[in-house]
Design a binder for this molecule. Structure first.
Ligand code: DGY
Length: 320
């Protein structure tokens, strides 16, 4: 009997065919809707490999339901949706997709930063509504990016790529990270700061840290109060790193100037979420890595990892 692969989203043929040539592949029928929990639990029962996306909670219940699972390959660099301890205790390998999405996610981070600073979305939407009556001196005026100070929380591969883009805008780059990046400090002049100092000194605070028990709620009321009244918060990592209630309060009361959010505590975010009622918030539906080449590149990494594990080789990008 051929090994069984279950894929939790409908994926393009070009990434699925190589698996179909070797294994029995079953795939959830929808590209846009998550696989229902009961279907996931049923499908995983006799699967040898599970190809998941960040919207799937691959927790202990899933690992308990799986009888012969050897690998979970997650279509993301983040893997907070997977209980890696449960995977390890069952001897299941977990892989992710780092590297290929670095520049794409850094581009989106910078695009969101610029769009938020210069009110691009608001200005575009007013024009489309027919509200552009005349050139005006102060409408849609925003914050300068060139020459400003950017503070990056989480200086991994994507953080560094954002910092290099910031240099092109003559920005001063501060960063906070679990460990110092001495080579980058020396090569580019990035400055390490304790979190509070970074928040106090930055014009743009950009969150790119992984979502872990240590970063959950990292930016709350106290931290937002440290930020400048003219500052902008950009979150392209995971929603749970920011206390959304505290952020709403800070934006509503002009404690900070604006926020650009690609991620939310609960996704998809409720269109009636209080944050979406504020004019000084720019929102995106978690599209950091969404370029065609990058998404196909990520999927290829998943497919290779599954093939490697099912054929008895060590996969690249193994997490546990
Ligand atoms: C990731 O890779 O973790 C992104 O958030 C999803 O593309």
């Amino acid at each position: 009997m051929k090994p069984v692969v279950f894929i939790t989203r409908k994926l393009p043929d070009e990434v699925v065919v190589p698996l179909q040539e070797k294994f029995t592949v079953r795939m959830w029928k929808s590209e846009s809707e998550s696989v229902p929990r009961d279907v996931l639990l049923k499908e995983v029962a006799d699967a040898d490999a599970l190809w998941s996306v960040i919207a799937d909670q691959i927790d202990k219940e899933v690992f308990d339901a799986a009888k012969k699972l050897k690998v979970v390959s997650n279509l993301a660099v983040g893997f907070n949706n997977i209980d890696t301890e449960a995977a390890q205790s069952k001897g299941v390998i977990v892989t992710n997709t780092p590297g290929v999405l670095t520049n794409t996610t850094a581009d989106l981070t910078f695009a969101l930063l610029l769009a938020t600073a210069r009110k691009l979305i608001e200005a575009e939407s007013e024009l489309r509504k027919g509200n552009w009556k005349s050139w005006t001196p102060m409408d849609y005026t925003g914050m300068d990016v060139g020459g400003a100070t950017i503070g990056i929380i989480g200086m991994g591969r994507i953080g560094e790529a954002v910092a290099r883009r910031a240099m092109g805008f003559d920005m001063k780059v501060l960063y906070h990270n679990r460990s110092r990046k001495l080579e980058a400090e020396k090569a580019y002049g990035f400055e390490y700061k304790e979190l509070d100092d970074l928040l106090i000194q930055s014009d743009f605070v950009v969150i790119l840290a992984p979502f872990t028990p240590e970063t959950k709620g990292l930016i709350g009321q106290r931290e937002l109060e440290l930020m400048k009244e003219t500052s902008v918060l950009i979150n392209v990592a995971r929603g749970g790193i920011v206390d959304e209630e505290a952020l709403y309060f800070a934006l509503k009361n002009n404690q900070i100037w604006a926020a650009g959010l690609d991620v939310f505590e609960v996704e998809p975010v409720d269109p009636n979420h209080p944050l979406l009622t504020l004019p000084n918030v720019t929102v995106l539906p978690h599209i950091g890595s969404a370029s065609i080449d990058t998404r196909i590149g990520m999927m290829n990494l998943n497919a290779y990892a599954i093939i490697d594990v099912l054929e008895g080789r060590e996969p690249e990008n193994r997490l546990v």
